[in-house]
Each structure stands twice: as structure tokens, then as C-alpha cells.
Design a protein around this ligand. Structure first.
Ligand code: NDP
Length: 472
């Protein structure tokens, strides 16, 4: 990437209003701003919505509350199996929404306080670059800064070519539905579609997921994908694969979504979750000479520096790994490099992730297919079983645990867990995989009994996939 510094005559740092101006008070921006301010730098952060960004306001955090709420339907079933007489249960959506909004407001307030305590100034309004050192914030005038960090995140992408798309909601609106729908159709097969389908299904909503591919969650391990699909269907969720919504119409009783194969799905709400796009629109990146990629993402180097040498970008706006903890680490690495004289780049290898489907998915490292592609021969250790909590009362939910091991080095390349609290389990496994743990070292670890996770360290037999024709 070519730096534009050589052609630009720099003013002295003291001539600018700030040492650092951050655009976007989400996970990445706030972490960078706080750390920079703690170094004694003069820092401002502009935010056009509420402080906290996608994660806190309309993403991970409210989503997790919805996951918790929706998991109770299964918990009630389990409780009955364990002897509890619960009578009739019902869910109060408005009461949940109110509690959720209160908690989000509290968390957003903590973000504001943390910024203030660190000495960063908060500027409310949409910011746009006028040039490489000048930012204009709606309603707040023009500010200059020696360094600028873009941390504006992403936003849902809605396909403009689907007639009736204006009747569909994105995940943004799913957090604020005034009424819980009786029926919902969700388009997409990624994280958001799969998670929300499980949430609504768990809340008792008649839910249909429509996905164009042969299976949901592309990029995840194939065993994980088919397993979680089966388990989701066991819970009553309807999944239409190899299909897509071609048209949405308003009807007397709700919405009619016509699929490409002419199948019509009736529902009260249609939600599209076909991916997110970097939020760079209206940012004035051209005015500052900041290069963007085809999908609008800011192009950055390993230190998150853009093509303009006093402008950096972190988080989803750079479309590297679009996860909150990654944005936080990128923001922290930027602050370390630029304000603590400690050059730091975040290592994007072996980043664990979670999908809060029901059951949940936790994964770190490579899928079997990726491992075979990158490392050649691998051994697979795979276990699918009904955990003892289920067997006790005849529950049918199963768990999956899979390890992908490189032949020769015995290094564990991937660990996949589909189970209640799978992501909690994988957080610990991620430490070992990041350190390069081998299967013999892993197996030397004694089991914690009786737990679901003990299966991780007791798998001794290599798994051989059934030959074609033997698959039940
Ligand atoms: P994803 O990129 O995960 O999934 C997009 C889905 O939409 C895919 O199934 C894709 O299909 C499908 N799709 C894309 N374009 C079309 C189209 N034109 N027609 C039909 N289907 C289409 O996006 P999400 O919106 O679910 O999530 C965005 C990102 O947010 C994630 O990648 C993740 O980084 C982050 N996220 C993380 C969460 C977590 O950590 N738990 C939770 C939620 C979001 P195909 O597979 O065929 O391409």
C-alpha cells in the first residue's frame, strides 16, 4: 500500500485539536480511545448512535439475552423430566424487552463512563473526513487530529433486487419487535440467521429458515454443520435448504414469501440475514485518500494502518475477522503501537468463535476440510453422544465433539464442540491450541468427571468415516 505521507506537509502535533480522533464508539474504537487517553493523549470519539456499537446495542449482547430467554423452553422440558411440576409456562415478550433495554442502557452507560474516566471526549454525531487530518461532525463542527482511527463497524446488507424487501427486517429490528410474531421466516444460513432462527423457535415462534446452500454455516466443519442442522430440526425448527426468497408480498394475514421454487411461506415477520457490509458510506474516505476494497472495507496493513499514514482502521470496517474480541484486540494493538511506543500487531491465527444456536457451537482452529487442504493427512477423533443430562429423562438432544489432528506432528489443528455451553468449553481448548498442543499432551490431561467435556480427553480411537453406501 502506498503511503501518502511523503507528499503531505505535516503540521506539528500540537497544532491539531486532538492527538487522536476515533470515529465510532463500538468495541474496537472505545478500547483504542481509552488506552490512548490513558497514555495522556488528547482523544475524542465520535458516535452517531448510542455508545457501545453493534456488539452492545444491536448485536452480541442483546442477542445473548435473547438466547438465554429462548433456552428456557428446553429447560422446562428437562425440568419436567427431572421431576419438577411446572404447570403452564408462558413468555412475556414486552417484559423481556423492557429488561433487555434497561440492561443495554446500563452497559452503554458503563462504556460512556469508562471513556470519560480515561479522559476521552465524546462527540455525538455522524463524522466525516474532510481531509486526512480534519473531521466534521454533524452538529458539532470541525475538528482536527494528528491521528484518526476509523472504527465504524458494519451494518446488515439487504438485497435490493428482491421485490418486497422493504417488508423484511434485519437483525437491527429483530431486537425491537413490538410483538413476538407467531410465525417468522428467516433468510440466510450464516451466524445471524442460524442464531435468530433458534431464538425464535425457542420462544415458541413457528420458524422457517431458508438458505440457498446445501447446508447452513458455510466455513464451519461439515460434520458440525450437518449435526447442528439435525439437532435444530429436532427442536421443531424448519430448514429449507437449496432455496431462496425471491419475492415478498403483504397479504391480509401477514407476509407471503415466494421461494425460487415457487413454494410460498406465510409469516408475520420476514427477516433477512444475508451478511453484513463495512459501514464506510458517507465517511468521506475519498476526501482523505483512504483506499477501500471492493466490498467497501478499509484496506489496512498488519498494524491496522490504512493507505494514509495517519489514518488507521480496526474492527468490522476492515472485514478481517468480524468478531468483537478481535476488534478489541486490534484497537488495543493500535493504541500500544501508536501511544505506548510498543509496536504490536494482533495475530489473527487460531481465533476461537461461537455460534449461539441451540445446541451451541464452539470452535477453534481448522475444519477437517481446511486441515486436509492446508496440512495434507490428518486424523479425526469424533464423538456424537447423548449427554447424561439428556439420557436421564429420555431427552434426545445430542452433543458432538471433534478433534482434527495433523499426522506426524500430532498437533491438534481444530477442536469443535456442539453442546450446551460448547463455546465455554472451547474457550479453554483455545488456549491449548494456540500454544500448539499435541494429541499426546492433550490425552495426558486427566478427565473432569462427570462432565460432558471429559469426552474431549478420552477419545482414543481414530474416526473412520463410514464408506459410501454404509451411511444410514
Ligand atoms: P454470514 O456471512 O455469516 O452469512 C451470510 C449468509 O447469507 C450465508 O449463509 C450466505 O450464503 C447467505 N447469503 C449471502 N448472500 C446471499 C444472497 N444474495 N442470497 C441468498 N443468500 C445469501 O453473515 P451474517 O449476517 O450471519 O453475520 C455477519 C458476521 O457477523 C459473521 O460473519 C460474523 O463474523 C459476525 N457474527 C458473529 C456472531 C458470533 O460470533 N456468534 C453472531 C452474529 C454475527 P452462503 O453460505 O451460500 O454464502
Amino acid at each position: 500500500m502506498e503511503s501518502s505521507s511523503s507528499t503531505h506537509k505535516e503540521a506539528a502535533v500540537a497544532d491539531y485539536d486532538y492527538d487522536l480522533f476515533v470515529i465510532g464508539a463500538g468495541s474496537g474504537g472505545v478500547r483504542a480511545a481509552r488506552l490512548a487517553a490513558m497514555s495522556g493523549a488528547r482523544v475524542a470519539v465520535a458516535e452517531e448512535h448510542r455508545v457501545g456499537g453493534t456488539c452492545v446495542i444491536r448485536g452480541c449482547v442483546p442477542k445473548k439475552f435473547m438466547v438465554y430467554a429462548s433456552e428456557y423452553s428446553k429447560s422446562f422440558e428437562t425440568a419436567r423430566g427431572y421431576g419438577w411440576n411446572l404447570g403452564e409456562t408462558s413468555f412475556d415478550w414486552p417484559k423481556f424487552l423492557m429488561a433487555k433495554d434497561d440492561e443495554i442502557a446500563r452497559l452503554s452507560g458503563i462504556y460512556v463512563k469508562n471513556l470519560q474516566n480515561a479522559g476521552a471526549e465524546l462527540v455525538h454525531g455522524k463524522a466525516r473526513l474532510k481531509d486526512r487530518h480534519t473531521v466534521e461532525v454533524d452538529g458539532c463542527g470541525v475538528r482536527t487530529a494528528a491521528k484518526i482511527l476509523i472504527a465504524t463497524g458494519g451494518r446488515p446488507w439487504m438485497p435490493a433486487d428482491v421485490p418486497g424487501i422493504e417488508h423484511a427486517i434485519s437483525s437491527n429490528e429483530a431486537f425491537h419487535l413490538t410483538e413476538l410474531p407467531k410465525r417468522i421466516v428467516i433468510a440466510g444460513g450464516g451466524y445471524i440467521a442460524a442464531e435468530f432462527a433458534c431464538i425464535f423457535n425457542g420462544l415458541g415462534v413457528d420458524t422457517t429458515l431458508v438458505h440457498r446452500g446445501p447446508n447452513i454455516l458455510r466455513g464451519f466443519d461439515d460434520d458440525v454443520r450437518s449435526f447442528v442442522t439435525e439437532e435444530m430440526e429436532k427442536r421443531g425448527l424448519k430448514i429449507r435448504l437449496g432455496s431462496r426468497i425471491a419475492n415478498i408480498e403483504k397479504t391480509a394475514s401477514g407476509l407471503a414469501s415466494t421461494c425460487a421454487d415457487n413454494h410460498v411461506l406465510e409469516s408475520d415477520v420476514v427477516m433477512f440475514a444475508l451478511g453484513r457490509e463495512p459501514y464506510t458510506e458517507g465517511l468521506g474516505l475519498e476526501a482523505a485518500g483512504v483506499e477501500i476494497g471492493e466490498n467497501g472495507a478499509v484496506k489496512v496493513d498488519e498494524f491496522s494502518r490504512s493507505s494514509v499514514d495517519n489514518i488507521w482502521a480496526v474492527g468490522d470496517v476492515t472485514d478481517r475477522i468480524n468478531l468483537t474480541p478481535v476488534a478489541i484486540r486490534e484497537g488495543a494493538a493500535f493504541a500500544q503501537t501508536e501511544f505506548f511506543d510498543n509496536p504490536t500487531s494482533f495475530d489473527h491465527d487460531m481465533v476461537a468463535s461461537a455460534v449461539f444456536t441451540q445446541p451451541q457451537i464452539g470452535v477453534v482452529g481448522l475444519s477437517e476440510a481446511e486441515a486436509r487442504r492446508k496440512h495434507g493427512k490428518v486424523d479425526i477423533y469424533l464423538s456424537k453422544f447423548r449427554p447424561m443430562k439428556e439420557t436421564f429423562y429420555g431427552g434426545q438432544q445430542r452433543a458432538l465433539i471433534k478433534l482434527v489432528v495433523e499426522q506426524g506432528s500430532e498437533r491438534i489443528l481444530g477442536c469443535h464442540v456442539v453442546a450446551p455451553d460448547g463455546p465455554e468449553i472451547v474457550q479453554m481448548a483455545a488456549i491449548a491450541l494456540k500454544m500448539g498442543v499435541t494429541k499426546p499432551q492433550w490425552d495426558a490431561t486427566c478427565a473432569v468427571h462427570p462432565t460432558l467435556a471429559e469426552e474431549l480427553v478420552t477419545m482414543r480411537e481414530k474416526y473412520a468415516a463410514p464408506a459410501l453406501g454404509q451411511v444410514a
